[in-house]
Write a protein that binds this ligand. Structure first.
Ligand SMILES: [Zn+2]
Length: 114
């Protein structure tokens, strides 16, 4: 490689649609969220996904910062979602809280694993 920067061509958010569907129990690629780094709002399908084992790193398309990470451990997808504020088109507050709790539990599980 001799120090050359290797450009990895990113996929889009549809590439992790299956994992997200398994995790949230619904289609997620059309759900929008806001990048906590720069505030840019985008649908998950529009985000940039850098898929390298053992997981996928999802970056904001505007600022390029990591907004969430999906890893699959023993065939069970886990998500690290603290830098992307999801905007639920039909979500009730209670649903959002449930989801937040679920994400936190997933995060705690991840921390135990690593
Ligand atoms: Zn951003």
């Amino acid at each position: 490689m001799s120090g050359a920067v290797v450009e990895v061509e990113p996929l889009d958010g549809n590439s992790i649609g299956g994992e997200l569907f398994n995790m949230f129990g619904r289609e997620m690629t059309a759900v929008a969220g806001a990048c906590r780094h720069c505030g840019a709002v985008a649908q998950i399908a529009e985000l940039r996904v850098y898929s390298r084992a053992p997981g996928a790193v999802v970056r904001c398309r505007r600022c390029g910062q990591v907004v969430f990470v999906v890893v699959v451990i023993r065939e069970e997808p886990r998500i690290y979602l603290d830098q992307f504020a999801l905007e639920w088109p039909t979500g009730s507050p209670s649903h959002s809280l449930t989801l937040l709790g679920r994400c936190l539990r997933l995060l705690i599980t991840m921390l135990r694993v690593s």
